[in-house]
Design a protein around this ligand. Sequence first.
Ligand code: PLP
Length: 358
Amino acid sequence: MTAKPQQFASDNYAGICPEAWAATAAANDGSARAYGDDIWTQRAADAFRTLFETKCEVFFAFNGTAANSLALAALCQSYHSVICSSSAHVETDECGAPEFFSNGSKLLVAQTPDGKLNPEAIRALACGRSDIHFPKPRVVTITQPTETGQVYSIDEIRAISATCRELGLKLHMDGARFAHACARLGCTPADITWRAGVDVLCFGGTKNGMAAGEAIIFFDTSLATDFDYRCKQAGQLASKMRFLSAPWIGLLESGAWLGNARHANDCAARLATTIAGLPGVRLAFPVEANSVFLSAPEAVLDGLRERGWLFYTFIGGSARFMFAWDSDIAVVRALGQDIVELCAPAAGMPPAPQSSYG
Ligand SMILES: *Cc1c(COP(=O)(O)O)cnc(C)c1O
């Protein structure tokens, strides 16, 4: 087994992109006011207002778990509930942080085949109970793109927000890979957020080329009241804030936020094309962003492991490959080639039955 020059087990295996790095270095210029009262933080927040073409309220947190949990907590009282997909990161990967920071707001999960919410699923959960004994539905959270790489169209988001409005629910978007959704849809960031009825967005920087950091963007600015206190109390107010905010200047002002995402999506599309139609393997989910979920016989997955590839199989047993701003097309090709070889009958692989999960 030889070590690979690059791995695709996660998009947070990648380092810091040059634009974010340069902007951090530029901010590393002598002293500056602390706790966000500095010119870099101001400029980063303004860059978001320019990007989103609106006067939004912008806050910076260290990671996505904090951003999501604090945003949801800001929208809820402890007796409220949050409607999400059963595969939502807030449900499966945040260790109860949304419930913790909201002092008990319950997550109501919808089982949907593709991990996407839709008006019917929301309505079923929101209207299932209306008595005093059940936590009152208050927020819908959607992940764009979903944890398995599906992208909500503008129309799908509009339909969800119309349902939210009708039922008196706020709409939150977990955009850990928001840039990848914009790259896929070719729309403006405004089109899939406030123009489509999203109230609050968590915009991921980490998976877009930064060392750390997510932005919490309130399009309904009335919801941002005292959010700064909430961030501070949760340990999310950086004293040297400029180093959390400046990388955003690099990403947003250069356009790297979109270029990075396009490249990552392109790598996923390339791998998907390479393995299309191979015997015994299939894509467990449509490839619409920067991930490929490969359903393959255990022998093929073992073969990939033996050849040194790292990947997770925590979602339905399929092998997940995630691409980032720095994914090397030659290494993507090498991975594809290994899958092709491992699937070839000539390599001694009997055709295995298709797995049925996914
Ligand atoms: C990565 C990710 C997050 C943020 O995770 P942290 O590890 O807390 O930064 C949030 N939502 C989704 C869908 C993610 O993939």
